[in-house]
Design a protein around this ligand. Structure first.
Ligand SMILES: [Zn+2]
Length: 241
């Protein structure tokens, strides 16, 4: 359903390539950092020119990160339109598709850095990202991933902020995105399962058993007939043609 591609090169180039490939969604992953070790909130940057979908998607992601990790959510309902005084706008503004720039946590905050460095934390971050894509792009398609800082031709050694406890922003962003790619590419939508699907149950038979004793049965149902148990009304419907 989903085909996730990583785009490299300078930020504008990545976006142009994703447009060319007709991707349906674009995500750039960062982590935030500041001098104050207690600062720690979730926020998403969308472009000045962003669509309603980008804004709704960004809010969904920022707020679900807030709920998942019990951390504050900043910006306007979770999003900063046009970035931090314009910083971040260029990372998404060249896209022809909904695009968001993620800043889920602060790697300068020891508690949040610990989550980012742990495999469990990385998986939970990846799950929220994958879930947001499934929620907003349920039909599937090509998804463009961009690891913030890393793989730029202009500054190939840039890895973003240092993570409290070791490592760099970009390397952890890449790990989370790799996990999200795995979740998305192995995702299968849940189809409506039949109510009765035990192999031991014969297709054309319905029985009511009270305390181990059969008190009613119908054995002439066709396998195309509909058997629906309405839990709310405590009623079993047998719809035969
Ligand atoms: Zn960054």
């Amino acid at each position: 359903m989903y085909d996730v591609r990583f785009y490299k090169g300078n930020y504008k180039w990545r976006q142009i390539q994703a447009n060319r490939d007709k991707c349906i969604a674009y995500i750039e992953h960062h982590f935030n950092a500041t001098g104050n070790t207690t600062t720690g909130y979730s926020v998403v940057i969308v472009g000045y020119n962003s669509s309603g979908t980008s804004k709704a998607w960004g809010r969904w992601y920022a707020n679900h990160i807030g709920q998942e990790f019990r951390i504050p959510v900043a910006g306007k309902g979770g999003i900063l339109i046009g970035g931090f005084n314009g910083r971040g706008n260029g990372n998404v503004k060249h896209t022809n598709m909904p695009a968001i720039l993620l800043e889920p946590m602060f790697v300068s905050n020891p508690l949040q850095a610990k989550i980012v460095r742990s495999e469990e934390g990385q998986f939970r971050l990846a799950k929220v990202l994958a879930d947001s894509i499934i929620e907003f792009f349920p039909k599937g398609g090509k998804i463009a991933f961009s690891v913030g800082h890393k793989y730029k031709t202009s500054r190939p050694r840039d890895r973003g902020a240092s993570v409290n406890g070791g490592g760099s922003e970009a390397d952890y962003a890449e790990i989370v995105m790799e996990k999200a790619k795995y979740i998305l590419e192995n995702y299968e939508p849940v189809v409506n399962k039949p109510i009765i699907e035990d192999e031991d149950i014969i297709d054309n038979e319905v029985r009511i058993i009270k305390n181990g004793k059969e008190i009613w049965s119908n054995t002439d149902l066709d396998e195309d007939d509909e058997i629906v148990w309405d839990e709310e009304n405590r009623t079993l419907y047998l719809n035969t043609e």
